[in-house]
Ligand binder design. Structure first.
Ligand code: ATP
Length: 258
């Protein structure tokens, strides 16, 4: 059975004066343990699709199933990480991480140890009693990732999580996140505009085109690249070849309507 299945997803936003078709007939599958990217220019419906998968938006038409269940019934199986960390500034790092666990009743001593170990894996030592303002942007994003991982979601959705960071921090975080996902065998969807990031981190890339948002093409990343860290992958000749193919494909995309 496919882990995540999307069939015939359409979504139209209705405003007082107009209707915007954000997504048109999207069907795709994601397998358990896969890391996929939704790549495409601004406005091609990536965030809308992620919100539909998270059960935050009901699509105008079509079906989304996670392990055969409707996403509403599987809402506690999904985790979201966004461009902004949304840490509460008045709570310490550990209070921020523990909050979701307290709410869903899973915060025990072993969970606390697990969180500390996750923080160490993310190169965050001795930060638990600090406040978010005492950490850099890259550190706060890592805390946000630990907070998401701690709830043990089966599916993680990452909406441009590195786009507000400086380039060096972004590359470091790509490596850390990729390692962590490989270790945990997590299924993840990354939304990004960045072709290089999508190639370096994914098993497959779903390339979307805009107006209205459509699934334009799917690229499977060659195994040689998938076995490398994102940093190593960026230095492989196959990376350059794939980058050029995707770039050409993006350049050829003609909007249909709107
Ligand atoms: N709440 C809304 N009301 C009306 N139109 C919306 C709404 N949210 C998104 N849209 C429109 O739907 C289309 C898809 O938007 P969406 O944000 O999903 O695209 P995106 O690919 O994630 O863009 P970006 O990369 O800029 O975040 C766009 O034309 C956008 O203007």
């Amino acid at each position: 059975m496919d882990f995540l299945t999307l069939r015939g997803i359409h979504h139209t936003y209705f405003t007082k004066t107009s209707a915007v078709t954000a997504l048109n007939d999207i069907s795709l599958d994601v397998q358990e343990g896969e890391f996929v990217s939704f790549l495409g220019p601004s406005g091609c419906g990536k965030t809308t699709l992620l919100s539909i998968i998270a059960g935050l938006i009901e699509p105008t038409d079509g079906q989304v199933k996670l392990e055969g269940k409707s996403v509403k019934d599987a809402a506690n199986q999904t985790g979201y990480m966004l461009q902004q960390d949304y840490l509460f500034p008045w709570k310490t790092i550990e209070e921020n991480i523990f909050l979701g666990l307290k709410i869903n009743g899973t915060l025990g001593e072993s969970k606390k140890d697990e969180v500390l170990s996750l923080l160490r894996q993310m190169d965050l030592e001795n930060v638990e009693k600090l406040y978010p303002k005492q950490l850099s942007g890259g550190m706060r994003q890592r805390v946000a990732l630990v907070r998401t991982l701690a709830t043990e979601p089966k599916l993680l959705m990452l909406d441009e999580p590195f786009s507000a960071l400086d380039y060096q921090t972004k590359l470091k975080l790509e490596n850390l996140v990729s390692n962590t996902f490989k270790t945990f065998g997590k299924t993840a969807i990354l939304v990004t505009h960045d072709i290089g990031e999508a190639i370096a981190m994914s098993d497959r890339i779903f390339l979307f085109s805009p107006r209205p948002g459509r699934l334009h093409r799917t690229f499977t990343i060659p195994e040689e690249l998938r076995n490398l860290s994102p940093f190593e992958a960026r230095n492989h000749p196959l990376y350059t070849e794939l980058f050029q193919n995707i770039w050409k494909e993006l350049e050829s995309i003609e909007p249909e309507e709107n």
